[in-house]
Ligand binder design. Structure first.
Ligand SMILES: [Fe+2]
Length: 236
């Protein structure tokens, strides 16, 4: 797909790569080896304890910048693109249901200033439950970053657009995973937990696997976006 789409730099959210929850060093390495340039995380960033030292050492994998200051890893990195430019990648967590150590709005201006000091190309992965938080962050950053891409809710939204001052935005990029499911979990298990209120061990579903995401075209000099297109591709 990278070659087909002539993509210069590729970022994935990998917070649920480890069988539906968290990520391991081995999985992060595998994703990076397949042509991924940077991996963002989310509320499940630290679920697999072995990822801590890996995050401390990695300049390719970012966890939410507004996680606790004692958490391992970093929330901002800059990675090279194949066309000679560099992309700054920022990961932040929304507040609703996710309990970050601080509000993303407290930190985001400083992060964006640091990023734009390095490169005009800046991607923000806003990992959040509430559509309003994602829209507010995108509008706040419009004209200052290349793109604000929402993740976490697993359902691709139909609102991909370039905002008035040139920032690409989508509320949620969607889920690369099994869509014959309840947001990735075997439907029967998710339904049983909701219907009975009893603890049920979740298992990752298998059917209708799709790759979902967005492709953004931008001006490498100004860092402003020209277009954003949602992708939804069956994986077979
Ligand atoms: Fe999440």
């Amino acid at each position: 797909m990278r070659a087909e789409l002539a993509v210069d730099v590729c970022v994935v959210n990998g917070e649920n790569a480890a069988d539906g929850i968290g990520i391991t060093p081995r999985l992060a390495d595998r994703m990076l080896a397949t042509g991924v340039d940077a991996i963002t995380l989310g509320n499940h960033a630290f679920r697999r304890t072995e990822i801590g030292p890996y995050l401390d050492a990695s300049d390719r994998v970012v966890r939410p910048a507004n996680a606790s200051s004692s958490a391992p890893g970093r929330g901002l990195t800059v990675v090279p693109a194949s066309n000679g430019t560099r992309l700054a990648v920022i990961n932040v967590l929304g507040s609703l249901f996710l309990h970050p150590a601080t509000s993303m709005f407290e930190l985001i201006d400083g992060l964006v200033d640091t990023a734009t000091g390095e490169t005009p190309l800046v991607l923000v992965d806003v990992h959040a439950e509430a559509t309003s938080e994602k829209a507010a962050l995108a509008r706040w950053l419009d004209g200052r970053v290349t793109a604000v891409v929402g993740t976490h809710t697993h359902v691709q939204t139909s609102d991909a657009c370039v905002l008035p001052r040139g920032t690409a935005f989508v509320t949620d990029a969607g889920m690369t995973g099994p869509h014959d499911s309840v947001i990735g979990v075997e439907s029967e298990l998710a339904i049983r937990r909701m219907r009975t209120g009893m603890p049920v061990r979740f298992a990752t579903a298998q059917g209708d696997v799709r790759i979902e995401g967005v492709v953004i075209d931008c001006d490498p000099k100004s860092g402003r976006a020209k277009s954003i297109e949602a992708l939804r591709v069956p994986f077979s």
